[in-house]
Design a protein around this ligand. Structure first.
Ligand SMILES: [Fe+2]
Ligand SMILES: [Fe+2]
Length: 146
């Protein structure tokens, strides 16, 4: 049975938080830190992708609230711009800190506004969750083949 879409997205948020904690507490070894930073960026990229392709359109359809989606997309774009700077960042800690600062704010808004509205709308969260799981599996398979 498919997992609820909001539960899936929240478990991504939690996983990201754990990864950022791990990054912060990792020793000064640049290679290890860079590897963790890359995992954080890849997880974030996959998360924003399934939100943009699946959750946000389903939310807009269920609630008619296009404004909230547009606002979220702007925040995603900002995070993507920050992610693009990570490979060349001289200050890796600062680069991840800047991303995390923005992501935390964005996640808070998703939780407080968008997810609350989604739950109240009667949106088909299990169906949308199933689509998110299928898409994730496709992308994971494509990455393994590459
Ligand atoms: Fe988001
Ligand atoms: Fe999110």
């Amino acid at each position: 049975m498919a997992q609820d879409a909001i539960a899936l997205l929240e478990s991504d948020h939690q996983r990201l938080e754990n990864l950022v904690k791990e990054f912060k507490s990792a020793s000064g070894d640049r290679a290890a830190k860079l590897a963790l930073a890359q995992i954080i960026c890849a997880e974030l990229t996959l998360h924003t992708m399934v939100e943009e392709e699946i959750f946000y359109p389903a939310f807009a359809k269920a609630t008619g609230n296009e404004e909230m989606v547009e606002h979220a997309l702007k925040e995603h774009q900002h995070v993507k711009d920050l992610i693009a700077k990570v490979p060349e960042a001289e200050n890796l800690e600062g680069a991840i800190e800047a991303i995390w600062h923005h992501v935390q704010h964005h996640v808070e808004e998703e939780r407080r506004e968008m997810f609350a509205k989604a739950k109240a709308s009667g949106m088909e969260l299990a169906t949308v969750g199933g689509r998110i799981q299928v898409r994730r599996a496709e992308v994971a398979a494509a990455i393994q083949e590459a």
